[in-house]
Each structure stands twice: as structure tokens, then as C-alpha cells.
Design a protein around this ligand. Structure first.
Ligand code: NAP
Length: 319
């Protein structure tokens, strides 16, 4: 589907941010071409129930919600390519984007490639995703009212998630592979002082239990010093070992922080390259919610529209 046409806007990424950018740019008559990725839908595709997205009073499962987002953008003419972008060239306008050998060009690009929660890497973890295993306490803690949860990690996210979970869970085990924390002292203190939280240090989760029944029943822990194993009964596992932004394609051309997150000008979606915008989790390591990603996608669309309008005005003045 290579094209010699120069599009007004290309969107890279198909999660809440990318689909919202597609919806807004389509409704602005910008005829967006959106590369939603081979695994379209983003992080919500592994979320069984979304209860915190306004407008869905009964909640909605993540994949259905993303299908709705996509359909809404398509209704207004957004075109989707269900494939991964393999190369970009932002050195001059029109910008160029490739999928394999196929080349596409556009006056603006909105990057919405998101981030992925790091996984422990266990087969049982994969099988029980959405069936006890979660990567977001803000999203899923409420499902663990009066239940027992395990949080894995020793950074600020793990401390924050463990503390947040105590609003619902009756008991929270915080499992960390060392006995020192990456998290700030104040957050460790708060977790340590919470009577519902019990620290389990120098330990790894080596198995999530319950695969046969299709629902998590606990975790198998291994002591990192003695190698001893023991089973811990629990209803939920919150993996909080960090996130990786999907930025490999852009690190050479777009400004990013030390963790790879793209840097945008405060209060906007502008990157260091005029005409290239970044939205959603690829530039947000703080909020990371579907609703904030969608809002950010809207900002990217409006910024791209205004950028093109300003360019057109400049060209008219020079003519
Ligand atoms: P992080 O600081 O990178 O911490 C990740 C933690 O997970 C580390 O303790 C690490 O252990 C552990 N870990 C990594 N891979 C693991 C594995 N395969 N198995 C078991 N444990 C593993 O990530 P984060 O906590 O998500 O924080 C990311 C950034 O956001 C940080 O800059 C943080 O300060 C910030 N943040 C701030 C706040 C706040 O201020 N309210 C809240 C959340 C996050 P090791 O320590 O042994 O490497």
C-alpha cells in the first residue's frame, strides 16, 4: 500500500492515544493514515475489565473498548494499517515512514507507540493475565476487596501500588529480589508502616499458581540466597517492575529522557522536531491511564492541525 501521496498526518501507534488522534484528525478532514501495529490496541488488550473510563458505567473489557475506539475513528474516514512501522526519517519534511519496503510520506507525524509494562517472563504469568495477574493497581485494585495480593518490585511504583492496594485488599505481600530498595525512602517508610503490608525480601516469584483452574491461587517464591522455595496463597499478583516506552525507532531523532521516554514541550505534544508530535504513554511515565492517553491523543491532533494551519498561512503570506 505504498503511496507517493503526501498525507497531512501519519499516526504511529494504535492504543487509546493513537485512536483518539485518528478520530480527531479524521473529523478535522486531515485524512489520517494510522499505523496501528501488528498487535493493535495497546496495553488495554491485556486488561479484562476497565471500570475507570468515564462513559462506561458498567465497565467494559479492554479489547472491546479498543475496538470501539478504532471503529469511531474509522467512521470518520481514518485509514488503518495493521502493521508495525520499521523505519522513520524525520530529517526533513515531508517526513518519511516505512513498513518494510513500503514508504509513506506526511507533513506531520503523531507518535503514539505507548509503553509496555515489564513482565517477569513466566509462562504461568502470561496465562493468568487478567485472571489474577495485573500490571496496574490503579486499574485493578478494586477487584481485590478483602482478598490477598502480592506486589513484585522494589521501586516507587511497587511501593505506591502496595499502598494503594491496602484500600481494598486485606493483606498485601511486597516481594522484592533484594533487601535494598530503589524506591525513595519516604515511600518505603509509608509501606513499612502500613499494617496490611508485609515485606518479603530477597525473593523471586518463580511461578504463578492456578493455571489448571484458570484463576490465580498463589505464587511460588524462591529465596535468592538459599534457593529455598515456598508457596504463598494469594488472589492477585501485581507486577510493578517498571515500564519500557516503545521508542527504538525514534531515539536517534527525537529528544528522550534517560529511560527512553520522548520529551514534549510542557503543556503540549510538540517534540524537538516541528511537525512531529508525541502523545500517550510514550511520553508519559507518570499518569499512564487510558483516559490520560486519550486526552493526550486529542492534544496531538489539535497541535498537528494548528501546525498545518500556521504553515499554510505562512505560505499564503509569502505568495
Ligand atoms: P524502577 O525504579 O525501575 O524499579 C523497578 C523495580 O523492579 C526495581 O526494584 C527492580 O529491582 C525490580 N525489578 C526489575 N526487573 C525485575 C525482575 N525481572 N524481577 C523482579 N524484580 C525486578 O521502576 P518504577 O518503580 O516503575 O519507577 C519508574 C520511575 O517512575 C522511577 O523514576 C520512579 O521514581 C518513578 N515513579 C515515581 C513515583 C512517585 O514519585 N510517586 C511513583 C511511581 C514511579 P532492582 O532494584 O533489584 O533492580
Amino acid at each position: 500500500m505504498s503511496s507517493s501521496d503526501v498525507r497531512e498526518v501519519i499516526i504511529i501507534g494504535g492504543g487509546p492515544a493513537g485512536y483518539t488522534a485518528a478520530l480527531y484528525t479524521a473529523r478535522a478532514n486531515m485524512h489520517p493514515l494510522a499505523f496501528e501495529g501488528f498487535n493493535w490496541g495497546g496495553q488495554l488488550m491485556i486488561t479484562s475489565e476497565v471500570e475507570n473510563y468515564p462513559g462506561y458505567p458498567e465497565g467494559r473489557d479492554g479489547p472491546s473498548m479498543m475496538t470501539d475506539f478504532r471503529a469511531q475513528a474509522e467512521r470518520f474516514g481514518a485509514e488503518f494499517v495493521t502493521d508495525d512501522v520499521t523505519k522513520v526519517d524525520f530529517s526533513e519534511r515531508p517526513f518519511r515512514v516505512w513498513v518494510g519496503k513500503d514508504e509513506f510520506r506526511a507533513e506531520t507525524v503523531i507518535v503514539a507507540t505507548g509503553a509496555n509494562a515489564r513482565q517477569i517472563g513466566l509462562e504461568s504469568e502470561q496465562k493468568l493475565q487478567g485472571r489474577g495477574v495485573s500490571y496496574c493497581a490503579t486499574c485493578d485494585a478494586a477487584f481485590f476487596r478483602d482478598l490477598t495480593a502480592v506486589v513484585v518490585g522494589g521501586g516507587d511504583t511497587a511501593m505506591e501500588e502496595a499502598t494503594f492496594l491496602t484500600r481494598f485488599a486485606s493483606k498485601v505481600y511486597l516481594v522484592h529480589r533484594r533487601d535494598e530498595f530503589r524506591a525513595s525512602a519516604v515511600m518505603v517508610d509509608r509501606a513499612e508502616r502500613d499494617p496490611k503490608i508485609e515485606f518479603v525480601l530477597n525473593s523471586h516469584v518463580v511461578e504463578v499458581l492456578g493455571v489448571d483452574g484458570g484463576k490465580m491461587t498463589g505464587v511460588m517464591l524462591e529465596d535468592t540466597q538459599t534457593g529455598e522455595r515456598r508457596a504463598l496463597t494469594a488472589d492477585g499478583l501485581f507486577v510493578a517492575i517498571g515500564h519500557d516506552p516503545t521508542t527504538a525507532l525514534f531515539v536517534d531523532s527525537l529528544d528522550h529522557d534517560e529511560n527512553g521516554y520522548l520529551v514534549t514541550k510542557p503543556g503540549s505534544s510538540h517534540t524537538n522536531i516541528p511537525g512531529v508530535f508525541a502523545v500517550g504513554d510514550v511520553q508519559d511515565h507518570i499518569y499512564r491511564q487510558a483516559i490520560t492517553a486519550a486526552g493526550s491523543g486529542c492534544m496531538g491532533a489539535l497541535d498537528a492541525e494548528r501546525f498545518l494551519a500556521a504553515q499554510a498561512q505562512e505560505a499564503a503570506q509569502q505568495a
